[in-house]
Design a protein around this ligand. Sequence first.
Ligand code: 3HC
Ligand code: NAI
Length: 725
Amino acid sequence: MAATRRLSHTVAVITINNPPVNALGSSVCHALVKEFGEAIKDSSVKAIVLSGANGKFSAGADIREFSTSALKTISLEDINATIEASRKPVVAAIDGVALGGGLELALACHYRVANAQSRVGLPEVLIGILPAAGGTQRLPRLIGVPAALDVIVRGRHVPATEALQLGIVDEVVQGNTVNAAIQLARKVIGTDLDKRRLSTNHVPSNPNMEIFLDNAVEKAKKQFRRAQAPIACIQAIRASVQKPYHHGIKKERELFQSLWATGQPQALQYAFFSERNVGKWTHPSGGRWETIAPKPVRTAAVIGLGTMGRGIVTSLARVNIPVIALEQDAQQLEIGKKAVNGLLEREAEKLIKQGLAPGTKLASVRFTLDFAELSDVDLVIEAVYENMELKKQIFRKLSTFCKPDAFLCTNTSGLDIDEIASVTNRPHLVIGTHFFSPANIMRLLEVVRGHQTSLTTISTAMSLGKTLGKVAVLVGNCPLFVGNRLLGPYLDQANYLLEEGYYPEEVDKTLEDFGFAMGPFRMMDLAGLDVGWRSRMEKGLTGSKVPPGTPARQRQGYRYCPLPDMLCEMGRFGQKAGKGWYQYEKPGGRIAQSDPWIKDFLQEYRNTHQIKPKPANPEVILERCLYALINEGFRVLEDGIASGPEDIDVIYNNGYGFPKYRGGIMYHASTVGLAKVLDALGKYHKENPDVPSMNPAFLLKKLVAVGGPPIKEWKTQVGTLVNKL
Ligand code: 3HC
Ligand code: NAI
């Protein structure tokens, strides 16, 4: 039954029952119409409580139904209108979540009682739409425009205590929410409900409201770039101020339809489901990690408290996992301790802001120099310098000091997990947990399985990722894994473009206009140019190991761009040095400004190498950089390093600033058309046959050969095609 009804004295309790999240699919909507209709008619019923089964009110409309009939869920507003018009008081009993259509349903009720652990919100913007069942009209009427704007445009999940402060809910209870709602319902039987019908109220306004909304639009354009939904949300809220409810609702519907036509909702909904499907991967043994119970991680240790380690410690403490933090010497320990304590203080402040008692959830962190103290931890995450010998040394020690069943994780950004595991006495418990910087903020976690990593280890690392609030993606072990591996060909193209006549600002602007959070040159400056330089020196691509007589722009017969090395040789390491591809106000400064020196430097370089600049063409910048990423994505699939295109997309959306409203890099390829991508790659490769990364991937060619199937069919195609390789 999608919804059930029982009678508690004179109160009908209607319960939405559609596991796992009580999504309001068409069967639930039909059931609600029926149950409300009968409750309203039944003379023994004096009031109604609306609740959700299994500890959740409702996560909103069923997103899966959007693709079949995008506008069907709008009939939810008809249900809302019926509820609001009821002369019998209706009280929403909110447990777990009331999100999207779920909260809209609750806003149509006359009162709302929420459990202290619950969250409410209108997160439709995150899936490319706007609240489309009256949410943009009722919420501003309830809590005013500024607060409604903040909740709707950011798609925030608002904790119950804050929802009470804002006035979204009327009561927050610790115990049984339905009982509390029944009590409230009985109390208000026979009272005047007019003021409780939000659609009949006015939105509080003032003479500056139009300017306030104009500013909000400008701010949203800057913050969300080309994402359309935030702007549509503001337009709908504007209508709530200017027009009566029924006009506002009409506007809400129109905006919903025009958003649907942009393609962004489809891309964002693909991204939403991708995040839930990633990493579902069959182990070479034939087993699947999702079917194996994870081991509990009750305590953890982090080795190395540098850039990454301190963020990882904070992430663990934040979810109540006590941590032992270990450094190499007293001085580094003191620096790390200060940094971690600073981050934890900020976390504590956030918790207080959310209405929770100071320190409620932060677990203890113990600082040490002694490996013997790690004897009892369930899991260790190593985050020392990116150096194989050092990592092996650490893992040998961990083998000795940690209990036999402790999981040993490495945060390496690309070293061989199997080689690290090989020095331990438990290679099956060794796994890569590749966090992104800053680790306490970035959502992405690449979980890298080695050849001997057990299903339990994978399951535990994936589950830890979820506990930490990350999107964990399971990937295979190859140099640089997935995200950083794809970055190579992308950055190569960006560098080649500079050789050929472009400037960092032009390349960055084109990719930022496309939607990337940051163009490649600003990104390199932020990450530090020296990181790649050191690795190239180790590989003998630059520096003293390069054989004499090697042409400046070639290595082993392939094209090579020495520009980043030349910058590093001059100490231009990026932000940390105050100069790189841009100049900064000071070392460590963040505001990138064009540097005339770079212009002269590039012109001189082109003269030296007799390169005639090509006419500027933003389309070329876009195609070369994006298609390089996409092509390497296909190779990753060919190699079986990612389990499907969704995995690559989740990685790029959450770790590399790809615009989510474009779905992901592979999804983008599917919308552009695989044949077009193949043609362009073919053309660029012909122009530069010494750039192997632009040679169209075998899998791309095969997919085009079978007619360029839709992305959801690639996974099966990949399986079939790879088996035929
Ligand atoms: N529709 C359909 N399926 C949904 C769903 C929804 N609204 N919300 C969650 N699911 C599914 C997930 O895909 C997942 O399915 P799976 O088990 O097959 O992979 C399952 O429910 C559990 O979801 P999560 O793994 O995300 O579980 P969590 O406990 O981590 O999170 C949640 C629960 C906070 C509810 C999270 O799922 C979420 O944020 N859901 C989306 C909420 C949302 O965007 N609501 C608005 C919908 S649009 C709308 O209401 C339009 C209206 O204005 C007309
Ligand atoms: P970092 O240089 O900032 O910090 C490394 C820390 O390890 C230092 O505090 C150092 O004192 C400590 N350390 C060194 N030897 C040690 C030992 N024997 N015992 C205990 N501690 C020791 O390095 P960062 O950037 O934090 O990188 C750490 C790891 O994370 C590397 O493997 C790196 O590749 C990876 N990584 C880095 C990212 C970044 O953006 N910085 C992103 C993702 C992964």
